[in-house]
Ligand binder design. Structure first.
Ligand code: ADP
Ligand code: MG
Ligand code: MG
Ligand code: MG
Length: 401
């Protein structure tokens, strides 16, 4: 199309016209940049007359949140568009349809999901999503199983690994999730009120050992093609629909990282609800729903992943070795619990936070939520290798003060 440059709203309109089969000839298109993420531009292009619309997401060559001092490859736009296309093949209907990808402009043109709401925003308002656990576990089980050595020809898998080598985006996770919270660095971002709790993270040897083990898995365990950033801000929902967006962090990594990301963000909302829902019985009810969702996420994922393995397992020995499947699933559970803990901790003391807690206007309520999240997060991390069932992780959440 043309050499890379960040698009203006007007240029976005001209490009939108070139997508076949969406807008009527000569439509009076409107364009608005709506990106609320940290890394990219997102243009919403609409034709009020026909009601048709689309989304254009363009990568910029640096992390917006840090500024131009943190360069980031534009190749993540290729990774995102290819991941969305593959996910739509493996888990149909659970991601937006990609209409077009332009490599020169690092631009993905896709289905507009504005009739959905970002799940994090819905949860903050106390909305529940009855289809979410079912859909997200279908998404995870299918995308993870069919890209793993259990469900994919192992030579073909290696070609896919190569296609999703994603060093810049992995470095963000390696630094922000698996290093910064446990040391002194300018990247960290927490309030003076919790300085004591942040300092405790830096001095806890038991915690450091577990984080080191989880970090090593993130760096070396190429189990499956992960979404890589599966928080509730990457999920669009309605009461009866779920769509996963934003897979620019996709790479071959440990399966528990995606499952743990979902659990972590339910836990972060759980901690924040102490402010958002003031009525004690309503609060207990909504927290009960969040806990039930955590339980469902693991149990449904476990069931679906095993069922896919039973039906589509490609590896003779993995399929037949007595006891292997149970050990494999147990290790995924433990990883999910450990990664969930890491993702909770980093959202409190690390660079990038979550609205569930950050937007709490009352300082004392905010501090309570931060301390609760840190207590749960560190307990999950320390417990991960001892876990036998999701119920133990749930007990950790319930029993935190
Ligand atoms: P980033 O990688 O910068 O976080 P996202 O893909 O998460 O970008 O998109 C940022 C925001 O843009 C989303 O929170 C949402 O508000 C909007 N957005 C992204 N994709 C779509 C889509 N397909 N339909 C409607 N809105 C979208
Ligand atoms: Mg938004
Ligand atoms: Mg995003
Ligand atoms: Mg993103």
């Amino acid at each position: 199309m043309s050499a890379y440059h960040p698009l203006t709203e007007q240029e976005a309109i001209e490009i939108a016209r070139t997508v076949e089969g969406i807008f009527p000839e000569g439509a009076a298109l409107q364009s608005r940049e709506i990106g609320d993420g940290n890394l990219n531009l997102v243009f919403h292009i609409t034709d009020p007359a026909s009601g048709k619309s689309l989304i254009m997401k363009q990568a910029v060559p640096y992390a917006k949140v840090v500024g131009e001092s943190w360069p980031l490859t534009l190749d993540r736009a290729r990774i995102e568009s290819e991941a969305l296309i593959l996910q739509n093949e493996l888990a149909p209907g659970l991601v937006p349809t990609v209409y077009k990808y332009d490599a020169d402009l690092a631009l993905t043109i896709m289905e507009d999901l504005s009739d959905h709401i970002i799940m994090r925003h819905g949860l903050i308002k106390g909305e529940s999503y009855p289809k979410f656990a079912e859909d997200i576990t279908t998404f995870m089980a299918k995308t993870l199983f069919f890209t793993s050595d259990l469900g994919k020809n192992q030579q073909d898998k290696k070609l896919l690994v190569k296609n999703y080598v994603n060093p810049d985006l992995c470095k963000i996770t390696e630094d922000l999730v698996f290093d910064d919270p446990y040391t002194v660095t300018d990247n960290n971002n927490y309030e003076a009120a919790i300085e004591d709790a942040a300092a405790a993270l830096r001095e806890d040897g038991e915690l450091h050992l577990e984080v080191a083990l989880l970090r090593a898995k993130f760096l070396t365990s190429a189990q499956a093609l992960l979404h890589g950033d599966l928080h509730t801000g990457s999920v669009f929902v309605t009461k009866d629909s779920t769509k996963v967006i934003d897979p620019e962090f996709a790479y071959y990594g440990p399966i528990g990282f995606d499952v743990g990301a979902v659990i972590a963000n339910l836990v972060l909302n759980y901690a924040g609800q102490g402010h958002w829902i003031q009525d004690p019985s309503e609060l207990a009810k909504f927290r009960g729903y969040l806990i039930e969702s955590v339980r469902d996420i693991w149990t449904k994922f476990d069931l679906k992943f095993r069922a896919l393995w039973d039906e589509h397992g490609v590896d003779r020995l993995f399929n037949s070795a007595a006891g292997y499947k149970d050990l494999y699933m147990k290790s995924l559970l433990q990883d999910a619990i450990g990664f969930a803990g890491c993702k909770v901790v980093r959202r409190i003391v690390g660079l990038s936070h979550v609205a569930d807690i950050d937007r709490i206007p009352d300082a004392a309520d905010r501090e309570r939520a931060q301390r609760l999240a840190l207590e749960i997060g560190t307990s999950l991390i320390k417990f991960n290798r001892k876990a036998d069932s999701i119920e133990e992780a749930i007990d950790i959440v319930w029993s935190a003060a």
